[in-house]
Ligand binder design. Sequence first.
Ligand SMILES: Cc1ncc(COP(=O)(O)O)c(C=O)c1O
Length: 411
Amino acid sequence: MKNHDSAFAGTSEPLLDLAALRADTPGCEEVIHFNNAGCGLMARPVLQAMLDHLRLEAAIGGYEASAARAGEVADFYASLAELLGTRPGNIAFAASATHAYTKALSAIDFRPDDVILTTRNDFISNQIAFLALRKRHGVRIVHAPDHPDGSGVDVDAMAALMRSHRPRLVAVTHVPTNSGLVQPVAEIGRHCRELDLLYLVDACQSVGQYPVDVEEIGCDLLTATCRKFLRGPRGSGFLYVSDRVLQAGCEPLYIDMHGARWVAPGYYRPVDTAARFEEWEFPYATVLGCAAATRYALRVGLEPVSRRTPALAGRLREQLAALAGVRTLDGGPAPAALVTFTIEGWEAAPFKAALDERRINSALSYREFAQYDFADKDVEWCLRLSPHYYNTEDEVDAVAGAVAELARSAR
Ligand SMILES: Cc1ncc(COP(=O)(O)O)c(C=O)c1O
């Protein structure tokens, strides 16, 4: 097994040692992986941390293995705290971003007519959760309008809605799953702080792609997965919980023996930290894989990553936009590394299959993933290509070439 330190040796900002980073990524030899918005390729140290732990569990027992690796488990919290600009006690492990999100929602004591203020680009499962809250508790869901210039949500209009509705919750997805749009979460956060409104940010597509600082955003709660741009394993995510929320005594609806102490037969007390949002049982190999992925991201550096990754996507978007029959769909002045487009003459599944055949990984998005955004754009489906910093300019050009060939063959 290669020593992963070599990937960083001699790396001088702003250049990443691409050859070493790719050598650290076994999947680079197999595929052109442009589905990082689905799930990033794991680096060797992530894989190794997980395999080592599974072997240890088999060798000495699962409980004993987690006790033996307590320091590395603690680094899950320490590394994510460093990544997000907070403290380890403000981080909770979750099985997915959605698990983290619904745990957070469950801590809010919604009453009939409470308003959830959100955007037209919030993630599908978040929107479904809001509708479920409407069904059960009679909350009202208000979608702030987009800015007419296509730059995402209209922050002034959203702030006006904050003042008129005094929402129980403001919920914004930083980078939606259905386009490369980057929402102005910090600007929205300043209004939330000024008006003392509870603010939940879905940072699933931005963590690992950009520096994400919870203090700068001004959020109370933030959720993400570890498997996308952070390049961690599947089945993992986390919830950031601010001191404000912890000190206010917020707790999830269902809290277990890890999240609370049963201090008397008729009484429990939530723990002081964000661990109150976790459950007792953990997939420890996964947790250690996440810690390794977060350390890896910190060592590569989020600043160079945030320059290279959207720039690679920009190169791809530009080439696709120049093709006859192809329409790129991403809005905003500086789109993220999610390139979405439609192509004339193709159905969704065969088009993706044609890319699969060329060993190009991609993803499809359908109208139901983005009812508002895709209605505005008048599209039923699109293909999403999402490179990451370890992809190369040659891969970008090869993918653009493949799409050009497929566009021609349909005409
Ligand atoms: C913006 C956004 N939020 C949330 C999620 C849900 O993440 P998970 O599948 O880990 O629940 C996704 C997944 O694609 C996403 O893109």
